[in-house]
Write a protein that binds this ligand. Structure first.
Ligand code: AOF
Ligand code: ZN
Length: 363
């Protein structure tokens, strides 16, 4: 593949446009489109919400007649199916574009190569793979759901410099500072679900809602509480606010008759939730990214099960001492050769804290 500097600049622009919908486009992927005549942008757009027009539709509308003979840069293969809108491949053909450059193929079963095929059959020059890594990174949640059948799992934790996440009593208010706690809301806003456990509901009484500056649009994530015995149902602030909420409980727990909150039984193995089943269930509901905000027990269980895709770690410059609770419970490593190696994909300072985004190294 031979892409020019201008091709790169146009695709980078399309990726930035796509990202504008990070808080609103779920369960759909974020998609951006730029239509250019040489170095001149003649139209651009992005997919904003499920049910709304796709990126290409906005860009073609803006370009009007100037789309004829132009190059369309798309961060995801144009669709070939009629869903909420007509196929984008057909719209590009009808507008007479001369060339389509895609960042990546859309693994969605109804597309999966058929969009590019349609364009080629109509005599349009099609190239794919420009900035593919960036496009995959942007839609890691959507891709995880479609390709692996489970959401991308991000574990958010705040820890002291000595790796502690709460006092022995369970008290953890507050380890990280204001700026870090505000930052968490950006990550919540891009998540389809915020997952927690009964222990955290009892210890911290979290709301698990998104609080952003006024005027920032977002789709409220589903609050999911893993609570085998439904012990926390009538308690705490997780009942409040206008966010949708789902309780997951053990099969032998009988939900109270007056329980209004949605609840589903999940298989339990050896007294513990089948975490793989939990994630599959969330994927089936169209959830792309899950953010786990829980204590060391649940975080450790997901990590031990090999289900953690990234760790969002806030490190505060405080020491909590050796009686405080660790980052992960139940992680038993005896030899250096068994260590769990992580890779920092981002590292920065947020207020007085440090924030690391880490991913397990592929085995
Ligand atoms: C495109 N351009 O901007 C987007 C695409 O529910 P629908 O009808 O909107 O279809 C959603 C599917 O379409 C989604 O799962 C993904 O495969 C594709 N998204 N395709 O050509 C876009 N957002
Ligand atoms: Zn489309």
């Amino acid at each position: 593949m031979n892409f020019s500097a201008s091709d790169h600049a146009m695709m980078a622009r399309a990726l930035r446009l796509a990202e504008r919908a990070a808080f609103t486009t779920r369960p759909n992927p974020m998609v951006g489109c730029v239509i250019a005549q040489g170095d001149e942008v003649v139209g651009e757009g992005w997919h904003q919400r499920k049910g709304g027009p796709h990126a290409e539709v906005f860009a073609l509308q803006a370009a009007g007649k100037r789309a004829r003979g132009a190059t369309a840069y798309v961060t995801l293969e144009p669709c070939a199916h009629t869903g909420s809108t007509g196929p984008c491949a057909d719209a590009l053909i009808a507008a007479g574009v001369g060339r389509v450059v895609g960042a990546m193929r859309d693994p969605f079963p109804q597309v999966d190569g058929a969009g590019f095929e349609k364009l080629r059959a109509a005599g349009i020059a099609v190239e794919c793979g420009l900035m593919e890594a960036q496009a995959r990174e942007l839609n890691r949640g959507f891709l995880s759901r479609v390709e692996r059948g489970r959401p991308w799992l991000r574990v958010k934790l705040a820890m002291s410099l000595d790796g502690r996440t709460a006092m022995a009593s369970g008290d953890s208010k507050w380890i990280s500072g204001d700026a870090a706690r505000r930052d968490v809301h950006q990550w919540r806003a891009r998540s389809g679900a915020i997952l927690t456990g009964a222990g955290t509901v009892l210890a911290d009484d979290p709301q698990l809602t998104v609080r952003l500056e006024q005027g920032v649009d977002y789709v409220p994530p589903l609050r999911v509480v893993l609570d085998p015995g439904l012990a926390t149902v009538a308690r705490g602030r997780v009942r409040e606010g206008d966010a949708p909420t789902l309780y997951l409980h053990a099969p032998d727990t009988k939900p109270p008759r007056e329980m209004r909150i949605e609840h589903i039984a999940v298989p339990v193995q050896g007294g513990r939730f089948d975490l793989d089943a939990v994630l599959k269930l969330l994927a089936a509901r169209g959830i792309n990214e899950v953010q786990l905000e829980a204590g060391a027990t649940l975080a450790g269980a997901f990590l031990s099960a090999g289900l953690v895709d990234e760790l969002l770690l806030y490190i505060a410059p405080v020491l909590l001492g050796e009686r405080a609770r660790p980052l992960f419970d139940g992680l038993h490593i005896d030899a250096m050769t068994e260590r769990l190696q992580l890779q920092a994909v981002d590292s920065r300072r947020i207020g007085d804290d440090h924030r690391l985004l880490l991913r397990p190294m592929p085995a």
